[in-house]
Design a protein around this ligand. Structure first.
Ligand SMILES: [Zn+2]
Length: 196
């Protein structure tokens, strides 16, 4: 089957989505063209705007289109607590269920020397600056208990120790190798309350 250039380009583009192979991409493309032009336009516009405007918050590294995100700007958050998470998904899980009112720092990954991911790739230079600002009294590590997560947590604990900042860790109840974003809210709230 020979597809027209635009149809092939669309299918090719859709394979950039996580978990989407050529077969699914083809199905999606044909479905949009045949049955949902409006949805397709909406998707195209949202993609264009997001790819053009979204960057990392200068404070927490979360995705946003302003220099500093709304959560970091909020005067309703406790600025003495900083919770370190791996992904925006983990932040959403904690913020939805753990009753936490402090600020966040999002690594967007974890240390992985084998893959060439070092401290600066996960923003630890920025984190050091925040720890040195004197504003933070408790650093809460909500990092997944994987091997790389452990290495990352230890590295960050050392950074906090240099500034004499108290470090706590949520761990109990979060399954080994599990992803925080998939832990139920009751378990997560408990893990958070029991941090030590
Ligand atoms: Zn922010």
């Amino acid at each position: 089957v020979i597809l027209s250039p635009r149809v092939s380009a669309l299918i090719d583009g859709l394979t950039s989505l996580p978990g989407v192979g050529p077969k699914s991409a083809q199905r999606m493309a044909l479905q949009l063209l045949e049955r949902d032009r409006e949805g397709g336009e909406r998707l195209a516009n949202a993609l264009t705007a997001a790819m053009r405007d979204v960057r990392h918050c200068e404070e927490c590294r979360n995705f946003c289109e302003t220099a500093v995100c709304a959560l970091c700007e909020s005067d309703r958050r406790d600025r003495s607590q900083l919770c370190v998470v791996e992904t925006p998904t983990d932040l959403l899980a904690i913020d939805a269920g753990a009753g936490y009112q402090g600020l966040y720092f999002i690594l967007m990954g974890r240390l992985s020397p084998l893959d060439g991911i070092g401290p600066e790739d996960i923003g630890l230079d920025r984190l050091s600056e925040r720890l040195a600002s004197g504003e933070i009294r408790e650093l809460i590590l909500a990092i997944n208990p994987t091997i790389e997560g452990e290495v990352t947590a230890n590295y960050i604990s050392d950074l906090a120790a240099e500034q004499n900042i108290k470090v706590t860790r949520i761990a109990c109840g979060v399954p080994m190798g599990g992803e925080l974003g998939y832990v139920d809210q009751g378990t997560l709230a408990h893990a958070f309350a029991q941090r030590a």
